[in-house]
Design a binder for this molecule. Structure first.
Ligand code: AMP
Length: 192
């Protein structure tokens, strides 16, 4: 069950370790709900590719598997969520990633509630195998493991943070894509 007001203008957060498939699922759900999927990782990669000031600032940090600092991310997300297309709701993929970022999001929401926080998770060996099969430059095995370690240290505490607020919903990300999408739709009570 999700809050009725929150579903009229749905704001959904996807949480989960790298390669859990949350990006794919965020995009699918965005299409179903006809709202934007906002991936901070994609925004940052685009900034790096375009060689912007932001891109130059985050490039090294991203390549190492570490997180970009919370203050810089707050600016990026505040700006993105103030765009007109986010007015009817949005899906956040990859933000928040730390407890301070969750507090920034609460400020941005200023009293409005999230519909849900979907935790897409899978066993570690599945995550690492997926990272290696993708073969992205930042997905070499040591970087993939570092990204996972950073998730466990900095992002996993958000599971309890959102669970305490009654928002966390657990999704089994080791299933095939369409099954995971089905779990998500039924959790949110949306038609497929
Ligand atoms: P992603 O595609 O979500 O895995 O993000 C790729 C990389 O971008 C991460 O490993 C971080 O270096 C950076 N990044 C993306 N989102 C955030 C965030 N919310 N906070 C800090 N760093 C981020």
């Amino acid at each position: 069950m999700v809050d009725a007001d929150a579903t009229r203008r749905p704001r959904v957060v996807f949480l989960g370790p790298p390669n859990s498939g949350k990006g794919t699922q965020a995009a699918l759900l965005a299409e179903t709900l006809a709202i934007p999927a906002i991936s901070t990782g994609e925004m940052l990669r685009a900034a790096v590719a375009a060689g912007t000031e932001l891109g130059r600032r985050v490039e090294g940090v991203m390549a190492s598997g570490a997180l970009v600092d919370d203050g810089l991310m707050a600016d990026v997300v505040r700006d993105r969520l103030s765009q007109p297309d986010a007015e009817t709701g949005y899906i956040l993929d990859g933000y928040p990633r730390t407890v301070p970022q969750a507090e920034t999001l609460a400020e941005i929401l200023s009293g409005e509630s999230l519909a849900a926080v979907l935790l897409v998770d899978a066993p570690e060996d599945v995550l690492v195998a997926r990272a290696l099969s993708r073969g992205r430059a930042d997905d070499q095995e040591d970087v993939a493991r570092e990204r996972l370690r950073v998730y466990r240290e900095k992002t996993a505490p958000l599971e309890a943070y959102f669970d305490d607020r009654g928002l966390l919903r657990r999704i089994d990300g080791s299933q095939p894509i369409e099954n995971v999408a089905g779990q998500i739709r039924s959790t949110l009570g949306v038609a497929g």
